[in-house]
Design a protein around this ligand. Structure first.
Ligand code: IMP
Length: 425
């Protein structure tokens, strides 16, 4: 059984936790896009693990973890993270693999990311994580990127030097500090032996596994509304976190995918800039932020919070072909007397958009249309069976399913591993 797991909103839906749970049934976990801009939080017992690049499958001994060709990997972030994983007591030997085709985020990509963001006009700022993601993907698509396999070449350090000199021109034009080519060569020299043991022909590796009947789990980072093609462009990340990205980012055919699971938080959050139709700038928003612990795992930034948006969830269901939903953070809504679901965006002349517009300016003239439902005002975080949920909580979930399509597969009512309810998956 090969599964793709994607985020359905603007990220931070709680994917780490769901991946961790699905990993139990997988043999190989594959990251297919993004880089260390992601932050997956997994709570095991009383320990909290935060991972950025390494698939959370690493927290399960004996599972293989792959960083696919679609990822952009910063070797320094990776090495730091691998050391951390080992310090937590997990053995990496023979089970961690990086694609030779995976592009690297270099120090100058990070510098460019920050300089480009600083140079953007206030209303064009993206609020990037500053991890060099945009410039690394720009280098890939511009065909001057550096791939992991390049470290095996004898001229690797010469290319590093040439690229720093080139990047310095752009940094200078942006008024940013330049990087010292000698210093960069010195920094990257130890990366060659450090990365070498993990460099793999992951396409062959994954297909060999498939031939032997192994189960693959494709772990998406970020989410549908941050997708470079389907998200709120230009306020997006630079990769395809949607289901199709699992294939292009790994070298596994769409024919091999058996099911697609979308992770959906039962309210909405967003980090960084860009439109967010159901955003709440009032005490309800603050309540969601505090109860949901809505602060970024990568940057610590407070997340913007708002009501559930069925327009984007329906859109995500279609774009990804979501079979099952993993709905998360129901417990965060436990105290609200009323819960709201956005079903459309109403223009001043009365026209209601029920699909997400490509032209973001449209949203400036729209207001969300809400359906209000009574809250359940009781604690759900101890519940272990779907049947035992309060009737109003079930009604809320059922109404969402009616509006967005797909089936309920998993429901999460708290941060710990034990608070994940399997419904029909
Ligand atoms: P970048 O991916 O660092 O270029 O940032 C682009 C946009 O995506 C910004 O609005 C970020 O806040 C957002 N973003 C990137 N990664 C994540 C994530 O893992 N969760 C939530 N938002 C993210």
């Amino acid at each position: 059984m090969n599964t793709v797991l994607v985020g359905a909103q603007w990220g931070d839906e709680g994917k780490g936790k769901v991946i961790d749970f699905l990993t139990e049934e997988a043999d190989v976990v594959v990251r297919f896009q993004g880089g260390s801009n992601a932050g997956h939080t997994v709570v095991v017992g009383d320990r909290k693990y935060v991972l950025h690049l390494v698939p959370s499958g690493i927290l399960h001994d004996a599972k293989h973890c792959v960083i696919g060709n679609g990822v952009v990997m910063d070797p320094f972030d990776l090495m730091r993270e691998l050391e951390q994983v080992e310090s937590w007591g997990f053995d990496l030997k023979g089970r961690f693999h990086i694609s030779e085709r995976c592009h690297m985020v270099m120090q100058w990509h990070r510098a460019l990311d920050k300089a480009e963001e600083a140079a953007r006009a206030e209303d064009r700022k993206i609020g990037t994580t500053g991890r060099g993601i945009g410039p690394a993907y720009a280098a890939k698509v511009g065909r001057y990127g550096m791939r992991v396999g390049d470290i095996l070449k004898s001229d690797f350090l010469e290319i590093v030097r040439a690229q720093v000199i080139e990047a310095n021109r752009a940094l200078r034009a942006l008024g940013a500090l330049e990087l010292d080519p000698d210093e960069m060569v010195r920094l990257y020299t130890p990366m060659v032996p450090a990365l070498m043991p993990y460099v793999t022909d992951t396409i062959q590796f994954l297909h060999d596994k498939l031939d032997k009947g192994a189960s693959l789990l494709f772990e998406g980072a970020q989410a549908t509304m941050l997708d470079i093609d389907f998200g709120t462009y230009p306020f997006v990340t630079s990769s395809n976190p949607t289901a199709g990205g699992a294939c292009t980012g790994s070298g596994v055919s769409p024919r091999a995918i058996d099911r697609i699971i979308g992770v959906l938080k039962l309210y909405t959050t967003r980090v960084g800039e860009g439109p967010f139709p159901t955003e709440l700038n009032d005490e309800d928003g603050e309540m969601l932020r505090q109860r949901g612990g809505e602060f970024g795992a990568t940057t610590g930034r407070p997340r913007r919070c708002g009501w559930f948006d069925a327009v984007i969830a329906r859109y995500a269901q279609r774009v990804n072909g979501i079979d099952y939903w993993a709905m998360t953070k129901l417990d965060v809504l436990d105290t609200f007397p009323v819960v709201k679901i956005c079903t459309g965006y109403r223009r001043k002349d009365g026209f209601v958009y029920t699909t997400f517009p490509a032209d973001l300016d449209i949203l400036k003239w729209c207001e969300p249309v809400y359906e209000e439902m009574p809250g359940w005002q009781s604690t759900t975080s101890h519940i272990t069976k779907y049947e035992d949920l309060p009737a109003n909580a079930k009604a809320y979930i059922n109404r969402i399913l009616e509006l967005v399509g797909g089936k309920l597969g998993v429901l999460s009512v708290g941060p710990a591993r034990e608070t994940t309810l399997r419904i029909n998956i």
